[in-house]
Design a protein around this ligand. Structure first.
Ligand SMILES: *Cc1c(COP(=O)(O)O)cnc(C)c1O
Length: 460
């Protein structure tokens, strides 16, 4: 594929939403008013919005039809039963607890499965996941393979757990002091990198030997399944559904943000096989979310989610999805733009350290790059680096993650290949004048999940 040829979208467009670009002088005003934080920019001021793939999905005609079939009964909604059946069929778990979104499920799981002081190993952290683990007294330990922290290394399955790291943790701390292992498929903060089926099997075998539970963060499991089909021996002839089912056969349960691979705008769930854990989760869900038959979602939300989950397993959909993201990565690589290799499932991650070699990590290069990209082009992206990593709970010092990145996240079924060309052009022209990207410092720093609402000013 070269820059003038790409496959046609496997859908036609039935409803359109106008986008517009505001003049540069206005964008300058907007980014200053937003305190150089792209989260604080009003959506109407954005041209191409690559802030996140979370809840930004375009729903299908079938999902919209499902919205009209919402059964808004307080208890026993038929849409919940449809969702429950669908989730059981797709993942193979016995129990599902609906939640308003992924972090609702993380909250429940962390409360019921972590005793204070226990360790929670995972393949790199995710912001809300780690927050709930720590809030419940858990100690997160990163057991992802070392290669995942090396942005330029182009190898498959960079999201895998390093079995030796996990074994060492078990030996040092004792199996009883490990709450569960959290395996994310794909790994968002590592650049959307997938985990191999072989690794899942091995992690299952290791944890089973010690009676340690294994929960997946299933948020982007369909994207992960596509990578397995494409790159792991023995899976080329299998359907995406078969691969997903096998992936989850090695887990005791999962948390899910429906806002990603369920192709909806809101929703999530927690799954498990264990009956006792399920009854504890049901007791808590009524406190935080709602009845166990809606968990913070409307009936119509649950219907759209059940339909969306099945649609995401269609090969034509997921192939287009992953290849469109890869296309953007290819365009940028050809132009010599530093980024995380290989391109992951949901986003292209610019390597801000190499993009802005004139800035130190404490001058927040990724935050500034994201702000400047908006200023120059109206394209909105997100920082995933030192700001997202936050401070050490004990020492209060800034954590210094190895990956200092800007994420160009592609919403599902929303933009065309022509939009990808436009984004590539914007990043490439900014790279040519990268010295204009200035360092930042905090003027307001919230205590928790600071990246969402922090404000900055430029350093002279
Ligand atoms: C988005 C996300 C979550 C949290 O889900 P929300 O629906 O945003 O609450 C958890 N894990 C990963 C990997 C995510 O990307």
């Amino acid at each position: 594929m070269n820059s003038t040829s790409y496959p046609a979208e496997p859908f036609r467009i039935k409803s359109v939403e106008q986008v517009k670009i505001i003049p540069r002088e206005e964008r300058e005003k907007v980014i200053r008013e937003a305190g150089f934080n792209t989260f604080l920019i009003p959506s109407e001021e954005v041209y191409i919005d690559l802030l996140t793939d979370s809840g930004t999905n375009a729903m299908s005609d079938r999902q919209w039809a499902g919205m009209m079939m919402g059964d808004e009964a307080y208890a026993g909604s038929r849409n919940f039963r449809h969702l429950e059946e669908t989730v059981r069929e797709v993942f193979g778990f016995s129990h599902i607890v609906p939640t308003h979104q992924g972090r609702g499920a993380e909250n429940l799981l962390s409360q019921i499965a972590i005793k204070p002081g226990q360790y929670v190993p995972g393949n790199m952290y995710f912001t809300t996941t780690r927050y709930h683990q720590e809030r419940n007294g858990g100690i997160f330990v990163d057991v992802i393979r070392d290669e995942a922290h090396d942005a330029s290394l182009k190898i498959p399955f960079k999201g895998n757990i390093d079995l030796q790291k996990l074994q060492r943790l078990i030996d040092e701390k004792g199996a009883d002091n490990i709450a569960y292992v959290c395996l994310a498929v794909t790994v968002n903060l590592a650049g959307g990198q997938p985990v191999s089926m072989e690794n899942m099997k091995e992690v299952r075998a290791l944890t089973a030997r010690y009676g340690i539970r294994l929960f997946y963060d299933a948020t982007r499991c369909v994207e992960n399944a596509y990578f397995i089909r494409e790159q792991e021996e023995g899976y080329a002839g299998k359907s995406i559904s078969e691969i997903v089912r096998e992936m989850f056969s090695y887990a005791d349960g999962c948390t899910m943000s429906g806002k990603k691979d369920c192709l909806v705008n809101i929703g999530g769930f927690l799954c498990m096989n264990d009956d006792e854990l399920f009854s504890e989760a049901k007791e808590l869900v009524v406190v935080y979310e709602g009845m166990p038959s809606y968990g913070g979602m409307t009936g119509r939300d649950m219907e759209a989610m059940a339909i969306g989950l099945k649609e995401s397993l269609q090969f034509e959909y997921i192939e287009h999805r992953v290849k469109q993201v890869r296309y953007l990565g290819d365009r940028l690589r050809e132009a010599g733009i530093p980024m995380i290799e290989p391109t992951g499932g949901h986003a292209v991650f610019l390597d801000a350290r190499r993009f802005c070699p004139h800035l130190t990590q404490d001058q927040f290069p990724a935050q500034s790059l994201a702000a400047t990209l908006y200023l120059e082009s109206g394209v909105r992206s997100m920082e995933r680096g030192i700001i997202s990593a936050g401070r050490d709970r004990k020492t209060g010092e800034n954590l210094h993650p190895k990956l200092e990145t800007v994420r160009l996240t592609i919403p599902r079924r929303v933009y065309t290949y022509a939009h990808m060309d436009l984004v590539a052009g914007a990043v490439i022209s900014l790279y040519r004048k990268k010295e204009t990207i200035r360092g930042l410092r905090f003027v307001y720093e919230p205590k928790q999940l600071r990246f969402f609402t922090a404000r900055f000013e430029e350093i002279d």
